[in-house]
Design a protein around this ligand. Structure first.
Ligand code: MLT
Length: 409
């Protein structure tokens, strides 16, 4: 009989957001008339902007005619998209990249999860806590987690981000070889200044660590002095991979498109100490396991960068940031401790009276019919917190806040 990957049974039965969906569904079954407002998973609610919709239609029409039909595309993405990404997302910030350092994919989640394929299963991992669960779960799947002890994986170094340290993690104390950073942060909605990010890049350079930098929420940055890309920091191209996504920027959660930057100057070692280009390995991995993002989707992503597309997308981001402000100010009026939500679409709130995350989640669901995400689901330092997403419809967000403000917590 074939053997399974023995790391999988070590994981909790379901992925965090599947577990939440299951609990909400169970509640709906038992209370069919409940008018549930979902501020849990960070899924967008605004439709695709007109420029994107037009690009999709046009691309479908091209696919309908033999003369313009396209079959398999380049696994790394079409040059029209790779080039426009560089021109818009990097050159204005003084970052030089070449097209073959950009890999178009179907979203940041898959690329972040898959990137571990080209790294040693014996590498040590450090990550901020709380954290996007994909970083943890995919390392456990690969065998880099060790054993689960009291909500922590024994082989992973957790870098607590709490109110005490203003959600700014300390540098690792172990000799971590792979470090995950996500800024603006999911789930806390907090940011890292240029100066602080520089300490991470400097640390990685001196300790030869690799930073996997998740910049999926970059478009939500409203404050000065918050880097949009890790490559704004000198030397980052030697130590960091950056993941970007059109999901939250342009409402592509259903369409699926993102990209990963793997600079050619980035190297890691073999067991015998020989240096190897990660760009070459990632290219090898993608050409073998991935057949490219759909042509029509890449044309849609290209349209995000047209002058009109940029304006339309910016308006949607402003709308979600307005939601974040409605949530933030409403919770603050209740006297709750609230973080994030200024340069990010997530609000991280401390539960009152030390109520546990799951208990607060359950009460919010059953007493207000509002869905959040329990902080502890993102890691042990998330206990006593709950995350609210600002991606809802604005009227529904106002309604949710009204319910919470009238609630006898
Ligand atoms: C979240 O809610 O944390 C995100 O939507 C998850 C994701 O982007 O996969």
């Amino acid at each position: 009989m074939a053997r399974i990957n023995d790391n999988y049974p070590k994981l909790p039965v379901s992925y965090l957001f599947s577990e939440i969906a299951r609990r909400v569904e169970a509640y709906k079954q038992s209370t069919p008339n409940a008018d549930i407002i979902r501020l849990g998973i960070g899924d967008v609610t605004r439709p695709l902007v007109p420029s994107v919709v037009k690009a999709l239609h046009d691309a479908v029409d091209e696919q309908a005619v033999a003369a313009t039909f396209r079959g398999y595309g380049p696994e790394q993405g079409y040059d029209f998209l790779r080039n426009i990404v560089i021109e818009n997302d990097f050159i204005p910030r003084g970052i030089k990249l070449e097209a073959d350092e950009i890999f178009i994919g179907d979203g940041a989640k898959s690329d972040i999860g898959n990137f571990g394929d080209i790294l040693s299963v014996n590498s040590t991992v450090a990550l901020t806590d709380p954290v996007y669960p994909v970083y943890v779960d995919t390392n456990v799947m690969a065998g880099r987690g060790g054993d689960s002890v009291d909500g922590r994986w024994s082989s992973i170094e957790y870098l607590p981000c709490t109110a005490k340290n203003n959600f700014v993690p300390e540098l690792p104390t172990s000799s971590a070889e792979i470090i995950y950073l996500c800024y603006p942060n999911n789930p806390t909605g907090t940011t890292l200044t240029r100066e602080r990010l520089k300490t991470w890049v400097d640390y990685a350079r001196s300790s030869e660590a690799l930073i996997l930098f998740d910049a999926a929420y970059e478009a939500f940055i409203t404050e000065d002095d918050i880097p949009h890309s890790i490559y704004e920091i000198e030397g980052a191209k030697e130590v960091a991979v950056e993941f970007r996504s059109f999901s939250k920027t342009a409402g592509f959660t259903g369409l699926r498109c993102g990209y990963t930057v793997v600079p050619k100057s980035l190297q890691c070692k073999t067991l015998s100490g020989e240096k190897v280009s990660l760009n070459r390995l990632w290219n090898r991995r993608q050409t073998t396991k991935f057949n490219g993002t759909a042509y029509v989707v890449q044309r849609a992503a290209e349209a995000v960068y047209s002058p009109q597309g940029r304006k339309e997308v910016r308006d949607n981001i402003a709308y979600y940031l307005q939601n974040a402000e409605i949530i933030r100010s409403g919770l603050q009026r209740l006297g709750l401790n609230v973080y994030g939500g200024i340069s990010a679409p997530y609000i991280w709130l401390q539960t009152p009276d030390g109520i546990s995350s799951w208990n607060f989640f359950d009460r919010l669901l059953t007493e207000c019919n509002v869905v959040g995400t329990p902080g502890v689901g993102f890691g042990p330092s998330g206990e006593g917190f709950l995350r609210l997403s600002a991606f809802g419809d604005q009227e529904r967000v106002r309604e949710a806040m009204q319910r919470i403000e009238n609630w006898k917590i």
